[in-house]
Write a protein that binds this ligand. Structure first.
Ligand code: NAD
Length: 458
C-alpha cells in the first residue's frame, strides 16, 4: 500500500518505520522543517530503542521517505495517518488545532477513495468533525475518516507497534474498515486481536484505557503511602494484588507521580469532555489533583527528611518521565527540581538520554556527565527515573563522593541493603526507610546498627 504519515514525532515516526518494514511505501511529513532535514539525512531525532531509519533497504521492505510538502506526502496515498500532537488547551480541554491544520493541509492532495486515519489521541466526535472540515475543502471528493488510536509506549515503541495487545479500528463505513483491516493483516496473522468498531467508540477506548492505567498508578501510590504509615512493604502488597489476573501486575509500581506525553493531558481532556457532555469524570478529576499534590509532597519530603538547608547540594538522577526515553514532557523531575531550587538548594542533575530535552525546561541546574559527578558533595541523591544505569551504580563509590547520607529512591530501584551497607539512609516509596550508620570508633561501615527512619508526616 501507499501510506502517508503526517507528524513525525514518537508515534508518527514509529508508525512510518514499522509500516515501511512491513513492505509498504511510506512518505512522512512534518511541519518542523529542521526535523524533516534531519530525518532525510537518516538522523534519528529521538531516542527510541529499535527505531531504525535505514528501513527500506532490507528484503521484503517497502520504502520510507521524508518530505517538507504535505501534498507530496499525501499524493496517491491509500491511507493518510494523522499523528500530530494533541496538547492540552488552557482549561485542560484538548487542543485540536494541529489535527485540524494537518487535515486541511492534506485535503488538497487526497485521492478519491483515500482514508484519513487519525492516530493522534482525540476526543469523541473528532473523526466526524474532521470529516466535515475536509468535506468543506473538497466538496466532491469521496473519502473516509477513521480512528486508529495508538497504544505504543515510549521506550518500547517499535515492539509495541509490531506486537500490540490489540489493534483498534474505528470506522463509520465498510470501505475504510476493509482497508485498515488489510493493513493490519500481518499483526492479525500473529494472533493480535482486532477490534473493529465505530469511530466514536475507538476514540473513547483510547481515553478510557489511558485514564484507567493512570488510575492504577494513582491507586498504588496511595496504597504505598499507607504501607509507609503502617510498616507494610508495597512490593509484597502490589505483587499480592497484581497476581490476581483481574488486576494484573503492570502499572502497580509506586513512583513520584505520573507524567509523560499522554497520561496528564489525556486525563485532563477526558475530564473536560465529561464536563462538556454532562458526564463528570470525578474519579479521574480527583486523580489529577492527587498526582500533582504527590509531586509537591515528595519534594517537601526530601527537604524535611534530610533536614536540608539553603545552599545544600542535591543530586537528581533521572529527568525523563520514564526509563528508555529522552522525553521529559510533564516528568516528575520538572516539578520537583524547581521546588527544591525554590527552597534554596543547588541541584545537580543527570540523565542518560534526556538532558538535551530537559535543558529547555530547567534553569540554574548543574549538568553532570555521570551519576557520580552529580553526587559529588551532595547532601542527598534522589532517583526519579528507573533507568537500569542507576540500578548498576556502585554505592560504595557514590557514598564516598557524597557530603550527606540520604538516598531518596522514588522508583524503588535499589536494594535498600546495598545503600545502607555504605552508611547511607535509604528512603524508598511504600517500604521501610532504613539508616545504615557507622559503628562508633570504627571507620568501617556496617549494617549492625540499622534502624528504621520513619518518614515524617507531610
Ligand atoms: P510529538 O510531539 O512527538 O510529535 C508530533 C509531531 O507532529 C511534531 O513533530 C510536530 O512538529 C508535528 N506536527 C504538528 N502539527 C503538524 C501539522 N499540522 N502537520 C504536520 N506535522 C505536524 O507527539 P507524539 O508523542 O508522537 O504524539 C502524537 C499523538 O499520538 C498525540 O495525540 C499523542 O497523544 C498520541 N500518542 C502518543 C503516544 C506516546 O507515547 N508518545 C502514545 C500513544 C498515542
Amino acid at each position: 500500500m501507499r501510506i502517508a504519515v503526517v507528524g513525525a514525532g514518537y508515534v508518527g515516526l514509529t508508525a512510518a518505520v514499522c509500516f515501511a518494514r512491513q513492505g509498504h511505501d511510506v512518505s512522512c511529513h512534518d511541519v518542523d522543517a529542521r526535523l524533516i532535514e534531519r530525518l532525510a539525512r537518516r538522523e534519528l531525532p529521538i531516542y527510541e530503542p529499535g527505531l531504525d531509519l535505514n528501513t527500506g533497504t532490507g528484503a521484503g521492505e517497502g520504502t520510507l521517505d521524508f518530505t517538507h510538502s504535505a501534498s507530496d506526502c499525501v499524493t496517491g496515498a491509500d491511507i493518510v495517518f494523522l499523528a500530530v500532537g494533541t496538547p492540552s488547551g488552557p482549561r485542560g480541554q484538548i487542543d485540536l488545532s494541529h489535527v485540524i491544520s494537518a487535515a486541511r493541509a492534506v485535503a488538497k492532495a487526497l485521492r478519491p477513495g483515500a482514508v484519513i486515519a487519525i492516530k493522534s489521541t482525540v476526543v469523541a466526535g473528532t473523526c466526524r468533525r474532521i470529516r466535515h472540515i475536509v468535506g468543506e475543502e473538497r466538496r466532491r471528493l469521496d473519502f473516509s475518516v477513521a480512528s486508529n488510536p495508538e497504544f505504543l509506549r515510549e521506550g518500547s515503541a517499535v515492539k509495541d507497534f509490531m506486537e500490540p495487545d490489540r489493534v483498534v479500528i474505528g470506522t463509520d463505513d465498510r470501505r475504510s474498515r476493509a482497508l485498515l483491516e488489510e493493513l493490519y493483516r500481518p499483526q492479525k496473522r500473529c494472533g493480535v486481536k482486532m477490534i473493529c468498531t465505530s469511530t466514536i467508540n475507538a476514540e473513547l477506548i483510547k481515553y478510557a484505557a489511558n485514564a484507567f492505567l493512570a488510575l492504577k498508578v494513582g491507586f498504588i501510590n496511595e496504597v504505598a503511602d499507607l504501607c509507609e504509615k503502617t510498616g507494610g512493604d508495597i512490593l509484597a502488597v502490589a505483587t499480592g494484588i497484581g497476581l490476581d489476573h483481574r488486576v494484573g501486575i503492570p502499572f502497580l509500581q509506586p513512583g513520584p507521580g505520573f507524567g509523560g506525553s499522554c497520561f496528564p493531558k489525556d486525563t485532563r481532556a477526558l475530564v473536560a469532555t465529561g464536563r462538556k457532555h454532562g458526564a463528570p469524570q470525578i474519579l479521574v478529576e480527583t486523580l489529577i489533583g492527587r498526582n500533582e499534590e504527590r509531586k509537591a509532597a515528595l519534594a517537601r519530603r526530601i527537604i524535611s527528611q534530610a533536614s536540608l538547608k539553603r545552599g545544600d547540594v542535591v543530586a537528581v538522577l533521572g529527568l525523563a518521565f520514564k526509563a528508555n526515553t529522552d522525553d521529559v514532557r510533564e516528568s516528575a523531575a520538572l516539578t520537583i527540581i524547581p521546588r527544591l531550587q525554590k527552597a534554596g538548594l543547588k541541584v545537580r542533575v543527570h540523565d542518560p538520554k534526556a538532558m538535551d530535552n530537559a535543558s529547555r525546561h530547567l534553569e540554574r541546574v548543574q549538568w553532570a556527565e555521570t551519576p557520580y559527578d552529580a553526587a559529588r558533595d551532595a547532601s542527598a541523591v534522589i532517583i526519579l527515573t528507573e533507568w537500569d544505569d542507576y540500578k548498576r551504580v556502585k554505592m560504595e563509590r557514590l557514598a564516598a563522593l557524597m557530603a550527606g547520607r540520604y538516598v531518596f529512591d522514588y522508583r524503588n530501584l535499589l536494594e535498600p541493603r546495598k545503600v545502607t551497607e555504605q552508611g547511607l539512609t535509604y528512603i524508598g516509596l511504600g517500604r521501610p526507610s532504613v539508616s545504615g550508620v557507622r559503628p562508633a570508633g570504627s571507620g568501617a561501615l556496617s549494617l549492625l546498627d540499622q534502624r528504621v527512619a520513619a518518614p515524617r508526616t507531610e
